[in-house]
Design a protein around this ligand. Structure first.
Ligand SMILES: Nc1ncnc2c1ncn2[C@@H]1O[C@H](COP(=O)(O)OP(=O)(O)OP(=O)(O)O)[C@@H](O)[C@H]1O
Length: 264
């Protein structure tokens, strides 16, 4: 497994339609330990996905550096697997073939198939190997997408609101599955969300980001015992504490977007 070290990272988009040159955040530094589960939490537009994409190597920082272990990130790499909000499966391939597809580039066909089956078992989809994506629910598609990323055996799993489009029950089932997978595989996970509960349920640390100016507002270590109980005093207290800071950040965004007419 590997650590991730983010050093003085800035991201500016030049020539945006509305704002011209626009700096999303100007100086983000954060060290994530091997095997740690870290959530990036914050209001819409604060740059969570932008930061995740820079770590993934899908976007470039304007300034600063990212290291995975002692390796400088300058593009996508097999040490990092990404899971997005939409599963983006290949509709013409079965569940098994979707997971086997990329594996076949690095393993002989039979081995790739065996490995894909193993990871599909881990996400409880062994009965659906021959199904096509259109035959699956949203939660099942997301499980395929998690299996596909894990099967490549990356050191780091980067997840961008992976459960954001799912109903509450499915989301809660997948929280448990992801927790078990994380315990079993000991992967380093960076998880983007704007859901406070989700971040407390899953994380070792929660990094709260804000906007205008963009950056890290607070870092909350979560020391509650796992599996976490949403009705425990510690859970509720932390939820309240984070909510009071996040609500201020959201107000700032809403006032700026809607103007003086906005009130909570
Ligand atoms: N390619 C781009 N060109 C110009 N601006 C961009 C681009 N990508 C993102 N932005 C801007 O950067 C800011 C941060 O976007 P980002 O998607 O990272 O936010 P986020 O915190 O992930 O939001 P959400 O929770 O809504 O997904 C936004 O203001 C967005 O409009």
């Amino acid at each position: 497994m590997q650590s991730v070290s983010i050093k003085n990272v800035e991201k500016t988009f030049s020539n945006t339609k509305e704002l011209g040159s626009f700096t999303v955040f100007d100086d983000i530094s954060l060290n994530i330990q091997e095997g740690e589960f870290v959530s990036l939490l914050g209001p819409s537009g604060c740059g969570k996905s932008t930061l995740l994409n820079i770590i993934a190597g899908l976007d470039k920082a304007t300034k600063g550096t990212i290291y995975v272990g002692d390796h400088l990130v300058n593009g996508p790499g097999s040490d990092r697997g990404v899971v997005f909000q939409e599963a983006a499966l290949m509709p013409w391939l079965t569940v098994l073939d979707n997971v086997t597809f990329a594996l076949k580039k690095k393993l002989p066909k039979q081995e790739a198939k065996k490995r894909a089956e193993e990871y599909l078992k881990l996400v409880h989809l062994s009965r659906f190997l021959d199904s096509y994506p259109y035959e699956l629910s949203g939660g099942m598609k997301q499980r395929v997408s998690i299996a596909r990323a894990l099967a490549m055996d990356p050191d780091i799993l980067l997840m961008d609101e992976p459960f954001g489009a799912l109903d509450e029950q499915t989301r809660s089932m997948l929280h448990k599955e992801l927790h078990d997978i994380w315990e079993k595989t000991q992967k380093t996970i960076i998880f983007v969300t704007h859901n406070i509960r989700e971040s407390i349920l899953l994380s070792d640390r929660i990094v709260l980001m804000g906007t205008r100016p963009g950056g890290i507002r607070e870092v909350y270590p979560v020391s509650l015992d796992r599996p976490r109980d949403t009705s425990s005093t510690g859970f509720i207290q932390l939820e309240k504490e984070i909510n009071s800071v996040l609500a201020k950040e959201i107000d700032k965004v809403m006032k700026e977007e809607i103007g003086d007419g906005y009130s909570r």
